[in-house]
Structures are given as structure tokens and as C-alpha cells.
Design a binder for this molecule. Structure first.
Ligand code: AMP
Length: 565
């Protein structure tokens, strides 16, 4: 298939904002897609060339892209930079430059999907000496074959910012539209949750229809969508509704989804990222202490030193560390508290109740005190006992407790009716950094004054709600500290727009902040401003789509009004 077919789809989708229209356009593309290209097309349509769980990153920064555009078109770098300053979108820069290009490649061939896809995948594996030059050549060669509109989306895909807005829900609906009937949508959703490879799913739907989807099984090594909780206002409210519940500590750590296939172990985060390499100690524990030959268990990893739990911030250093792993293993020892099992040998357990799953979990592990344990759990409907358990969890420096409904099945995603979390009300907010200012004087070269944004779940838009100044450090004095330099390093590759000394980022970095108060404010798009937000932690474990919502901020604002009275 020609790449221009996909580009045509992007363009049509960019013009049509309605969900129905987008679904229709995408369904047409899927129907046209040859079987052997289905996987590539479903990934490209999401603006990526690897499924998210593989953790591969193309690692292309803005500066390199500017050079590649200049090299491919023969237009001087100064001019390319100037166009970028005006438009703020490298995709548009590429489009414009290709239109005006000075160099025309000799034997012009049309770009096809496979060439684009395979070459973009290659980018992720170019490493070592001369890597930047090799990446530059590869990108500029692809661009030299591209038509202007192809160049626009090619560049955006490489930078991981397609801006067409194809949510997973639209792809799901398009698969239904193209190959199934409306009644099959639930089966498709189920398949997507346990087998997050849309390409293969689309192909199965096409070739075998509903029957094929129903046969889909969890594949070890490929993460499944996780179950999450809802916030409850009080223990009483949950007990009154459900009676006896299972209360568990809500540990303040990293969700780990562990797959075991004989000697092979994989560890995934809640965002389905593979972090196996970062946790060789946990891998070893799983090999020794998980009894089934094959299983998928879930638990919360926390950092523990001299039997006392360390803050999430300390553990997060291990999540992101790609080198000196053995040193980190020694410096930051961990413990896991297991709370669920969803695969036992060949049996999927999603439809079993919480109590049944817990029993299977208990017989599946060999507890190693302080290292490999079951999440602390009590089953009761006695509110005063639950209050004491809650206080105990907070005293143990954990986040609060989960109240889990005894007969609830494993429900993927965040849904009402399964797990309820109880946390202190004056909680931190998790927000995305969407902008910042380049510092001057002592802070020259560092980004500061970070603009924070929450999310509007209905539109998917990020809405600004405050400016973060305090809490980020100039120098590291303890392992908990995060410095301006560190944040700058993380944010620089995400710059999508720059004017004067202000910059805008692709929302990716999530931070926990606390604050003194929430105020109404006409200055921010969200209508609210955090007063004195202070940096608490970097949330490597959360994606921008998981930040707190505008609804939550509104709710906290109302709550604050009540408590002030
Ligand atoms: P939240 O991030 O506030 O939505 O809470 C959900 C997260 O709590 C899960 O993704 C887990 O990482 C974490 N968690 C900690 N303890 C437990 C537990 N006992 N059961 C389930 N999740 C837990």
C-alpha cells in the first residue's frame, strides 16, 4: 500500500472532528489494507511504529529534525529555523520546505507503507558512535522521497506528535465498522484489553470475525490492561453499599504486572511499559517464589530500607534507570506486595471473584518476609476496624487503603463497582507540564516556571491550572531531590513550540504537586488556579492521559469551600 493512502486518511481525519466521521474514514482504510500490512497500518494510524508496551523510543530531538529537513531540501538551516519559529510545528515546516525544495532526488519513487514503517523502526535501534549522523541520513533520505503532505506526517510521526487525534476508541469502532457487527463490540473490547495488539486483533476480526476474537487468549510477555480503582469519599459509604469488603493497604509504589513463563519473567508497569531490565532482583524473586509454571500476578513494588518504606520518589529512580542497574539494586532494595492473579497455568481468571482470585494467589506464592509478600488484607464490615486499618496504613507511610468488593470480577480500566480507594482529602494533584520559561542569570540553560495542566476527559484537552516554581531544586542534596537540570533534560526533547524564552511541550511529564488552595481564575483555561503549587514528585509511572481531571479540581474546590465555612 502507498504511504499516501495513509496520509490521505490523516488529512481527512484532521478535517473531520466528529467521532462518527473519523470512524468511517478509518474503517474505509482498514477495509483497503492488505492482511500483511494490517499491523503496520494500525500502528501508523496511531502515530507510532511500536506498540506502547515494547518501550521503544525513536529518540529524535527537535534539533536533529531541523537539520534533516535542511539536508533533504537544500534549504539553509537558518531559514528552516525561521519557519519553525513562525509555525511552531515541525510537520508544517517539513511540508513547506519540501514544497520549496532546491534538491530534487534523481529517481523519484513513491513511498510505500512498508518502507516508511521499517525505516522508522530502524531509528530506534541506531545507537553508539555516529548514531546521530546515521539517524540524520535515514530521516533526510525518507524526506527526500516524500511529497509535501507526506513529509508533514512523517515528521510528526517521528517526533511522536501526530496531532490527528485517533483515540483507541475510534480504532475499536472502525474495526467493528469494517469487519464486525455492532453486537460484537463488547467481545472486541474484551479482546483489546487482554491482547493489546490492535493490528493482530484487526486481522483476526477480518479473517475470523467474532469467533476469532472470542478465542483470543492472554499471551505471556504481552501486557494486559490493568484494573484500577475509584475514589470513595468514606469507608462508611462503601460498607453501607456492599457490606463485607476486603480492605488492603494502598501501597505507595509502582504497580507491577508480572508474567511468568517457566524461567522467563516480564515486569510491566500500569502503563504497560516493560521494566523487566530495571528489576533483576524482582525477576529473581519471582523465579523462586512464584509456584505455577505459567502465571500473571499483580502487586505493588515499594522501596524499603532497613524495614522502613521509602517515598515513591526514591523508587522512581529505579524505574527510569537504564544503566548501573546492579548498583541501584543494592542502593534501593525493594519489596513486592501481591494483590491479584489473572492467569494460573492456562486458565484466565478474569471472571473469578476477588475472593476466589485471592485464594488462588495465596496458593501460588511462597512468601518471603519483607521481600515477596501478599498485600495486607482484612475482610470485614466493621467500620471501626476498617478505620483502625486505615490509620495503620497511613502510619506505615502508605497512601491509604483499598476497599474491594468481594464478588467483583477483574474489570479492566477505571470502572465503578470493584475497587474503592480511601485516601486523605488534602491530597496532591497529578498534573502534566505543558509549558515553561528559559531561566536567566544563574539559571540560564535551565527551564523553570513550569506551567501545569489538568485534563478535560470529554475532549481530551489539557487545561492550564497553575505555575510551578517551588520544590524543584538547584542542587541535589538528597536522593529525593529533583533539580531544574534534570527536569530540563526530560522536557527539552518534548518542545513543540518556542517563542522568546517561553516554550510549550508535548504533554508527557507528569508531576505530583501540593498546594495551599484552589482559586477561581480567569487567567487559566481551566478556570482554576492552584495557589502556591509545590513540586512533590515526578510520576514516571503515569502517562499524561492519567493526570487529574478538571472535574476533580472542581470537586476539590467545592470541598475546600465547605471546609472553610
Ligand atoms: P490510583 O493511581 O490512585 O488510581 O490507584 C491505583 C493504583 O494503586 C494501582 O495502579 C496500584 O499501583 C496501586 N495500589 C497500591 N496498593 C494496591 C492494592 N492493594 N490493590 C490495588 N492497587 C494497589
Amino acid at each position: 500500500m502507498r504511504y499516501s493512502e495513509i496520509v490521505k486518511t490523516y488529512e481527512e481525519m484532521e478535517k473531520n472532528s466528529s467521532k462518527i466521521a473519523k470512524t468511517q474514514i478509518l474503517a474505509e482504510l482498514l477495509k483497503k489494507t492488505p492482511d500483511e500490512e494490517m499491523e503496520m497500518v494500525t500502528l501508523l494510524i496511531q502515530g507510532v511504529v511500536f506498540p506502547k508496551y515494547t518501550g521503544y523510543d525513536l529518540g529524535i530531538a527537535q534539533q536533529l529534525m531541523l537539520k534533516a529537513i535542511s539536508k533533504a531540501t537544500g534549504i539553509g538551516i537558518d531559514k528552516v529555523e525561521k519557519i519553525f519559529k513562525e509555525s511552531g510545528d515541525l510537520g508544517i515546516v517539513a511540508e513547506q520546505c519540501i514544497k520549496e525544495r532546491k534538491q530534487v532526488s534523481l529517481f523519484k519513487k513513491e513511498l510505500d507503507v512498508e518502507t516508511v514503517f521499517k525505516n522508522l523502526q530502524k531509528l530506534a535501534f541506531i545507537a553508539g558512535e555516529g548514531a546521530q549522523d546515521k539517524k540524520l541520513s535515514l530521516i533526510s533520505e525518507l524526506l527526500s522521497f516524500a511529497k509535501p503532505e507526506e513529509a508533514k506526517y512523517l515528521v510528526r510521526t517521528i517526533l511522536g506528535d501526530l496531532r490527528v487525534g485517533v483515540a483507541e476508541g475510534i480504532i475499536r469502532d472502525a474495526i467493528v465498522e469494517a469487519f464486525l457487527t455492532k453486537e460484537d463490540a463488547t467481545a472486541l473490547e474484551y479482546a483489546m484489553n487482554i491482547y493489546p495488539n490492535l493490528g493482530e486483533i484487526a486481522l483476526l476480526a477480518k479473517q475470523k470475525g467474532l469467533k476469532g476474537l472470542k478465542e483470543i487468549k492472554v499471551k505471556l510477555g504481552q501486557p494486559i490492561q490493568v484494573m484500577l480503582g475509584e475514589k470513595a469519599e468514606s469507608i462508611k459509604e462503601v460498607v453501607e453499599k456492599f457490606g463485607k469488603v476486603a480492605a488492603e493497604y494502598k501501597y505507595d509504589g509502582m504497580r507491577a504486572q508480572i508474567h511468568k513463563d517457566d524461567e522467563k519473567i516480564w515486569i510491566f508497569t500500569r502503563r504497560l511499559e516493560d521494566v523487566t531490565k530495571q528489576f533483576p532482583d524482582l525477576v529473581e524473586l519471582c523465579r523462586k517464589h512464584l509456584k505455577p509454571k505459567k502465571c500473571i500476578v499483580e502487586g505493588e513494588v515499594i522501596a524499603v530500607r532497613d524495614s522502613s518504606p521509602l517515598p515513591f520518589q526514591v523508587l522512581s529512580q529505579r524505574i527510569q534507570r537504564k544503566y548501573d542497574i546492579e548498583k541501584m539494586v543494592k542502593e534501593i532494595p525493594i519489596q513486592i506486595n501481591l494483590f491479584d492473579i489473572v492467569l494460573y497455568e492456562d486458565e484466565m481468571l478474569f471472571d473469578k471473584t476477588l475472593l476466589e482470585r485471592r485464594k488462588i494467589l495465596e496458593k501460588s506464592i511462597e512468601v518471603k518476609p519483607n521481600k515477596f509478600m501478599l498485600a495486607k488484607q482484612i475482610v470485614t464490615d466493621d467500620i471501626s476496624v476498617l478505620e483502625i486499618f486505615y490509620k495503620e496504613a497511613l502510619d506505615a507511610k502508605q497512601e491509604g487503603i483499598f476497599l474491594k468488593v468481594l464478588d467483583a470480577k477483574y474489570i479492566f480500566g477505571r470502572h465503578v463497582g470493584g475497587w474503592y480507594k480511601i485516601k486523605p482529602t488534602l491530597e496532591t494533584l497529578d498534573l502534566a507540564i505543558v509549558g515553561a520559561t528559559w531561566g536567566t542569570g544563574k539559571r540560564a540553560g535551565w527551564l523553570g516556571s513550569f506551567i501545569l495542566a489538568c485534563r478535560d476527559e470529554k475532549t481530551g484537552k489539557f487545561l492550564e491550572c497553575g505555575m510551578l516554581g517551588t520544590g524543584v531544586k538547584e542542587k541535589k542534596t538528597s536522593e529525593n531531590d529533583v533539580t531544574f537540570e534534570e527536569l530540563t533534560k526530560l522536557l527539552k526533547p518534548l518542545i513543540i513550540f518556542e517563542k522568546g524564552n517561553s516554550v510549550r511541550f508535548k504533554p508527557k511529564i507528569v508531576v505530583s504537586v501540593d498546594y495551599q488552595e484552589i482559586q477561581m481564575s480567569p487567567n487559566y483555561e481551566s478556570g482554576f488556579a492552584l495557589r502556591f503549587p509545590r513540586f512533590v514528585a515526578l510520576r514516571y509511572d503515569k502517562g499524561a492521559e492519567e493526570v487529574d481531571t478538571i472535574e476533580r479540581i472542581k470537586y476539590l474546590y467545592e470541598l475546600q469551600k465547605k471546609t472553610k465555612k
